[in-house]
Design a protein around this ligand. Structure first.
Ligand code: FE2
Length: 351
């Protein structure tokens, strides 16, 4: 299986991973001739999908969490948002159940570099973002050996970190273009609004609530809402700042082309010199597949290939299936393990 831009879909490709819109199944994995759905998918804000074709048959794409848990989380979060809009309160039981499932899966995951493979539509991108950010935060929390109680607080606070956005005018929140100063000031208020909203639920601890308030603060004081500096920012908010930013950079939304994991890595690495917590970022990057399985890459020796298998602890040195083009068709040549090939490196990637 591999991820392919919709514009590159060929007739012999099958859908590799089912596509959901909220919790509705849109297209089931295995469907042939998927190019006929390209226009409909584009209208939903989907720009790339997972496919299976001849050269990707033995490339496995493993997700950090199961579809069942992902759907459970989306459902719980959507219900919490809906209920808050109608009743001004929300149900923590389903959020608590959903985050427990997330924690269980993260703690049980095999020791491999992870990537998240959910295809978000424009409409459910907020839900997908909140869940992805929670998974990334838990990965850091796991590395830090947080206690079960701390992991639970981190998960609950992260999945609800942007709940304050339900109070922001959707016209501003989803504006297609750059926000003016007044609009940005309004968006910034989602942090304080979220914190106040979460205070109304006695089942949430301050440890969870502080994430909503501080996840846009930056170590150099350039963040918001209060411009706090390094020691003033809670460690949980520093974790979520990294997770939130990585997912925002790599997400495909609103017809915006996402950055590759490597491009996001470069930005985060740069930001960690002044804005993000460098040791926490180091913990995070150790666990992320910088070049996810199925990614097309160009190598420094002029050859090209598809990422086939990750080498744990070596995100820049996966095993690559090297390709050749014969009669306009890609054919497999051999597998190249970049962890033991010191003179060949990845030059660039397309996803
Ligand atoms: Fe936010």
């Amino acid at each position: 299986m591999r991820k392919v831009d919709l514009s590159m879909i060929l007739p012999d490709m099958r859908l590799g991973k089912s596509i959901y819109h909220y919790n509705q199944l849109l297209l089931t994995a295995g469907i042939n001739n998927i190019s006929r759905f390209s226009d409909s998918l584009l209208k939903l804000g989907i720009t790339s999908i997972y496919v299976e074709d001849e050269i990707s048959t033995d490339i496995e794409i493993t997700d950090a969490i199961s579809d069942v848990t992902r759907l459970k989380c989306k459902d719980a979060l959507q219900n919490a948002i809906n209920r808050f809009r109608v009743q001004g309160s929300f149900d923590m039981c389903s959020i608590s159940e959903a985050t427990s499932s997330l924690i269980d899966e993260i703690l049980l995951r095999p020791d491999v570099l992870i990537c998240l493979n959910d295809i978000a539509t424009t409409d459910d991108s907020t839900l997908v973002h909140s869940i992805n950010t929670t998974v990334f935060s838990l990965l850091i929390g796991q590395q830090l050996k947080l206690s079960p109680i701390e992991l639970k607080a981190l998960a609950e606070g992260t999945i609800l970190h942007d709940i304050g956005k339900t109070l922001v005018d959707p016209k501003i929140l989803y504006k297609n273009g750059i926000l003016n100063t007044d609009e940005f000031e309004i968006v910034k208020q989602h942090t304080i609004a979220g914190y106040e909203l979460l205070k109304t639920n006695p089942l949430l601890t301050e440890l969870s609530r502080i994430i909503s308030l501080q996840h846009h603060e930056r170590l150099d004081g350039s963040g918001y809402p209060y411009g706090l500096t390094a020691n003033e920012i809670h460690p949980f908010a520093k974790i979520v700042a990294i997770a939130d930013m990585f997912d925002a950079l790599t997400a495909e939304r609103c017809y915006r082309k996402s950055l590759t994991n490597y491009q996001a890595y470069q930005i985060l690495a740069h930001e960690s010199t002044i804005k993000l917590d460098a040791p926490l970022l180091g913990q995070f990057l150790k666990n992320i597949a910088i070049y996810p399985n199925g990614t097309l890459v160009n190598l420094s020796d002029g050859s090209r290939g598809i990422i086939k298998i990750q080498n744990p602890g070596l995100p820049f040195n996966p095993i690559v299936m090297v390709l050749n083009t014969i009669d306009d068709k890609d054919v497999r040549l051999y597998d190249l393990d970049l962890s033991s090939t010191f003179n060949i490196t990845i030059q660039d990637s397309n996803t």
